[in-house]
Structures are given as C-alpha cells and as structure tokens.
Design a binder for this molecule. Structure first.
Ligand code: FAD
Ligand code: NAG
Ligand code: NAG
Ligand code: NAG
Ligand code: NAG
Ligand code: NAG
Length: 525
C-alpha cells in the first residue's frame, strides 16, 4: 500500500512538476530509484528544508569564499554509508537531469566539490571513511571519505614503522587529494600518494561498479591516479602501499631575515634541497615580518625540515650539505612519524594524536586563494632581491617552496597523469588569506595574488607555465562550453603531454560528458 502511494505521488509529480531541479522532485526520484527496501536512500539525503541541511553542507567548507549567501547551493546532499546509496542518485541525475558534485574533504581551492553554476546535488562522502590496514601485505584499503588524519591515525595505531607519503594538511580528503596527485614531506623518498596506489574502486555514470584494478582496466586506473577522479566517476576507495618509516624522525624550523643572510641561504637552498639525501625534506617559506623601523616590513625565510632518522644523522647531513644554516642540536626535535604529521599540520608539539580523528573543518575559517608554479632553473641573487622587494610591495602574499628531486626525479612523467617530475628544482605555492568579508576586499586580495604571479613569470616554467592540479586555480582557464580547445588551455598546464591520453580515456569511458566541472577533462569530439 505504502509503495503504491509513493509511485502515485511520483506520477503526479512528474506531470505537475514545474522544475526538474526542485528538491522534492529529486527526493521522490531517489525513493523510486532506491526502491530496494534495504537501501533507504532517503535516510541519508538532506534537502534544503531539512534543519540539518546547512550544518551538513558547511561541515567541510574550509574556504569562506565559497560559503556566502550568494554561493550556489545543492538541491540535495546525499551522504552514502554504503555503495548501494550511490547508484540511485546517479540514475536520478541522468533522468532529471541535474549535475553531480562529489565531495570528500572539501579542500578544493575553487570549491568545485560543492558549488556549481547549474542545478546540482552533492554526494558527500564523509560517512564513507573506513580504513582497513593489512600489516601482512603492508597495504590498506581506504574509503575516499576518510581524511588524511584518519588514515595516518589508523596506520599508526597498527604500526610505528609504517606510514604513507601524502599531504601535510590532515583534514584533506582521500578522494580529492589522492585522485589529484598528493605530495607530502616524504615525496623525495617515496614519490607522491599516487605513486603508492595499487588498487581502486569506482562507480561510473551508469552505476556500474568496478571493485578492483582488474575490472576497471589499466586506463581508468591510470587516470584516477592524478588526473582528477571527478572527470571519470566516483572513486569509493583506494588500495595503498604503506611505506617504511623509522621509529624516530627529526624535525626543525629555523628562520632568517634578510639582515641575517636569508638571500645567501636561499641561494644555497636552491642548490642543495633537491639533490641532498632523500631522507631529508626542507621546505622554505617566505613570509613578511616587521622590520627594524616603524611600519617597515621585511621577508623572513623559514627552513622547515624533516629527516627520516635521528637528530645526530640529521645534523651530519645538514652540516655536510647545508652548513651555512648552522643547524644546532637544540633546533632539532626527535619524534614518532605520527607526531611529525601533527607538527607539519601546525599543531604544537605534544598534541595528542586523537585530534586527527576530528574531521570537520576548523572554526577559524578565512577567505583563501592559492596558485602554483614550477621552477627548473636556479633563481639568481638579483632575481631573489627583486622577488623580496615585490613581496614587501604587494603585502599579504606568502610563498611556500617545496623541493623536488630524489624519487620524484626518477619516476617517468607518463607513469601517472601527474607530469611534474625530473628537471624540477622546486614547486612554489602562493598563498593569500584574509578574514574580512566583502567583494571589494576580495577583489583587492585576488589582484595581489595575480600581481605576484605575473611578476614571477621570468623565474618559473613556461610553454606551458606548469601548475599542480590539486592547487586548482580557475585563472588558468575553464570549461564554459565543454570543448576540447577550452580544456586544453588548463589541461596542458596541469598535465602537459599526459593531457591527450586523459582526453582519450575520458572519451572512451564517459562520452556523454556526464562527469563535468569547470576544469574537467574534455571529451574529444
Ligand atoms: C589547507 C590545504 C592544505 C593542502 N595541502 C596539500 C598538501 O600538503 N599536499 C597536496 O598535494 N595538496 C595539498 N592541498 C591541495 C589538496 O590536495 C586538494 O585541494 C585536494 O583536491 C583536496 O582533496 P579533498 O578531498 O579535500 O577535496 P574535495 O574538495 O572534496 O575534492 C577535490 C576534487 O576532487 C573531486 N573528488 C573528491 N572526492 C572524490 C571521489 N571520491 N571521487 C571522485 N572525485 C572526487 C571533487 O569533486 C573535486 O573536483 C591542500 C589544500 C588545502 C586547502
Ligand atoms: C533530515 O534528513 C535526515 C537524513 O535523511 C533525516 O534522518 C532527518 O530526520 C531529517 N530531519 C528533518 C527535521 O526532517
Ligand atoms: C592481508 O593480506 C594477506 C595477503 O594478501 C591475506 O592473505 C589476508 O587475508 C589479508 N588480511 C586481511 C585481514 O584482509
Ligand atoms: C651549485 O652547485 C654546483 C655544483 O653542484 C656548483 O658548481 C655551484 O657553484 C653551486 N651554486 C651555489 C650558488 O652554491
Ligand atoms: C608589527 O607592526 C605593527 C605596526 O606597524 C603592529 O601592529 C604589529 O603588532 C607588529 N607585529 C609584531 C609581530 O610585532
Ligand atoms: C562559448 O560559446 C559561446 C557561444 O558559441 C561563445 O560566444 C563563447 O565565446 C564561448 N566561450 C569560450 C570560453 O570559448
């Protein structure tokens, strides 16, 4: 009787519905498509009239730029807890039709995982977050709604000599982060997260599920290891190979201003950081601090390092390869690898690892814009002087420099869609953040980011000017008309020669371009 009623309602709704994008219509479609009594998809679906809708939507929005009253909102949020919640949602997306957005950690720098220009619903993966560590194999299956913090925690819970080489920020989602590449402090030794993925599980637009690498085939498996899974389907999980970590690692952070010889140190850093012992990773951050005169600003260069081993070895390597920094034993702190995860994420030393299980985004949110660049030739002393001057002039822009080399230089550029391998000295991340709301304030800050980026042109890669896909930046182009030509503009920057292969795979597996967003892989027509 009840079922009959549902069907009747559905018939009526189809005939009288004024809009395909009305949440109630969508919900009725879900009920119909998910009619298997074991599924109850409506139990995990939130429509805007539901009092929890906004809380769920905002759970993983770390960037206030995409959390405004004017930000487009989904007509529904589905929070799958099992595989069978996904297929009915995709069926309705095809039927109505509406766009689908998939969110894991929600850290996309342009908010593409939870905003869209047209009507859309959101598949929010946060409930789908199990991590299954197999110590015998040294592997783990991790569901894509897990955060890196949850993943690292679950690994460390089982072993103190295994880790995983992925990102520094522990609230990143496995789904977006791994499908777009994923670098961290161990990349010089073990490569990227994608270099350590050995299996994957995917659902395609027809609701077909591929439970392993064999069933999906090598092409699709290649594409979702750096090409951005959102162009190809929903990745439900990745099987990863864990990597050995020592019982003790060593971290340090040493800052020097221009007056304290920062320029000389950076000249040396550019030369050694990519060629040194691959157990060593020394990130360089350039930020502004107050100068000696009132109102004066100057650049502070901070060398933040980690060595996969004890402090005496750290000092040996640093004194051999970077003696100019004069690193001292007292600068070094030995800790477990899992504690270094907290150190890099910005927690004070001694913070309990259980904070890694807190997976909603932080309360002190701000507005952010990020950009990226690759550097292949040493920047001259004169160049550095000019860059410092510019940083002071534009204010507020910070630069984080991550050295490459080591394992990164050995992996061929075509092994995964992520192409930025040999020949890169380091990657630059430009960061600008602000806390005051308002369109004018936003405009001013975005202009500053662009000014700094433009200024850097002579010092960074060109033809194409390369960028890291996971540092999504819509200034690099977008897919207004879903054409190959548009896609090639940003695609060549993110993927270089791998772009054409991604287009071929996209065309083969998603010819109707079901999975699309502002920077998805286009279909070849
Ligand atoms: C504070 C901060 C720190 C960062 N630090 C690092 C770092 O150390 N190293 C690094 O490499 N990157 C870093 N990044 C970039 C980060 O890797 C990317 O933003 C990444 O896409 C985030 O993944 P997510 O799941 O949190 O994002 P989301 O916003 O959820 O997703 C990003 C993209 O992936 C798609 N997607 C998500 N889940 C799935 C899925 N299951 N199936 C198919 N498509 C999916 C989304 O639709 C969207 O297109 C950082 C970003 C931030 C904001
Ligand atoms: C909101 O949606 C959730 C998930 O479907 C459901 O459990 C809950 O009862 C709804 N709440 C209200 C007030 O409708
Ligand atoms: C771990 O992997 C081994 C080897 O493949 C397998 O035999 C075993 O069943 C796995 N253990 C679990 C708990 O899945
Ligand atoms: C960088 O290293 C090369 C050789 O390894 C050396 O010739 C050059 O002088 C070094 N440059 C700086 C600035 O240290
Ligand atoms: C830097 O100087 C400004 C005033 O110019 C002052 O408000 C601020 O507190 C100073 N910051 C630090 C860290 O001393
Ligand atoms: C998209 O198509 C429209 C109409 O054909 C055209 O006017 C516009 O320039 C196109 N946009 C881009 C970015 O190619």
């Amino acid at each position: 009787m009840k079922k009959l009623l549902v069907i009747c309602l559905l018939l009526i709704s189809v005939s009288v519905a004024t809009s395909q994008t009305d949440p109630e219509t969508f919900l009725r479609c879900l009920v119909k498509e998910g009619s298997n009594p074991q599924v109850f998809i409506s139990d995990v679906t939130y429509i805007p009239s539901n009092s929890s809708f906004t809380t769920i939507l905002r759970r993983r929005i770390p960037n206030l730029r995409f959390d405004k009253p004017t930000t487009p909102k989904p007509i529904a949020i589905i929070t799958p807890t099992t595989w069978s919640h996904v297929s009915p949602a995709l069926a309705c997306a095809r039927l109505l039709p509406v766009q689908v957005r998939i969110r894991s950690g929600g850290h996309d720098f342009e908010g593409l995982s939870y905003t869209s220009t047209g009507p859309f619903f959101l598949i929010d993966m946060f409930n789908f977050n199990s991590v299954d560590v197999n110590l015998t194999e040294g592997t783990a299956w991790v569901d894509t709604g897990a955060t890196l913090g949850e993943l690292y925690y679950k690994i460390a819970e089982k072993s103190n000599v295994l880790g995983f080489p992925a990102g520094l920020c522990t609230t990143l989602g496995v789904g977006g982060h791994i499908s777009g590449g994923g670098y961290g402090t161990m990349m010089r030794k073990y490569g990227l997260a994608v270099d350590n993925v050995v299996g994957s599980r995917i659902i395609d637009s027809n609701g077909n599920t591929y439970f392993d690498r064999m069933s999906m085939g090598e092409e699709l498996f290649w594409a979702v290891r750096g090409g951005g899974a959102a162009s190809f389907g929903i990745v439900m999980g990745y099987k990863i190979r864990l990597v050995p970590v020592p019982e003790k690692v060593t971290v340090f952070s040493v800052g020097r201003t221009v007056g304290e010889g920062a320029v000389d140190l950076i000249m040396k850093w550019q030369n050694f950081s990519h060629s040194t012992d691959r157990n060593l990773f020394v990130r360089l951050t350039l930020t502004l601090v107050n100068g000696t005169k009132p109102g004066e600003k100057m650049v502070l260069a901070t060398f933040i390092g980690m060595y996969l081993g004890p402090s005496d070895k750290t000092l040996n390597v640093m004194n051999r390869d970077f003696p100019e920094l004069k690193l001292k034993k007292t600068d070094c702190t030995e800790m477990r690898w899992i504690d270094s995860v907290l150190f890099w994420a910005g927690y004070p030393i001694g913070t309990p690892t259980s904070v890694l299980l807190k997976t909603t985004t932080v309360s002190n949110k701000a507005f952010h814009k990020r950009k990226s660049d690759y550097v292949k030739r040493t920047i001259s002393r004169t160049g550095l002087g000019l860059i410092f001057k510019k940083l002071v002039e534009v204010e507020k822009v910070k630069m984080f420099l991550n050295p490459y080399g080591g394992r990164m230089g050995e992996i061929p550029s075509s092994r995964t869609p992520f192409p930025h391998r040999g020949g890169n000295l380091f990657k630059i991340e430009y960061l600008i953040s602000w806390s005051q709301a308002g369109d004018d304030v936003e405009k001013t800050h975005l202009a500053k980011a662009n000014e700094m980026y433009k200024f850097m042109t002579p010092y960074v890669s060109s033809n194409p000017r390369e960028a890291y896909f996971n540092y999504r930046d819509l200034d690099l182009g977008s897919n207004v008309n879903s054409t190959y030509e548009e896609g090639k503009i940003y695609g060549a920057k993110y993927f270089k020669d791998n772009f054409e292969r991604l287009v071929d795979i996209k065309t083969k597996y998603d010819e109707i371009n079901f999975w699309r967003n502002e920077q998805s892989i286009p279909v070849r027509k």
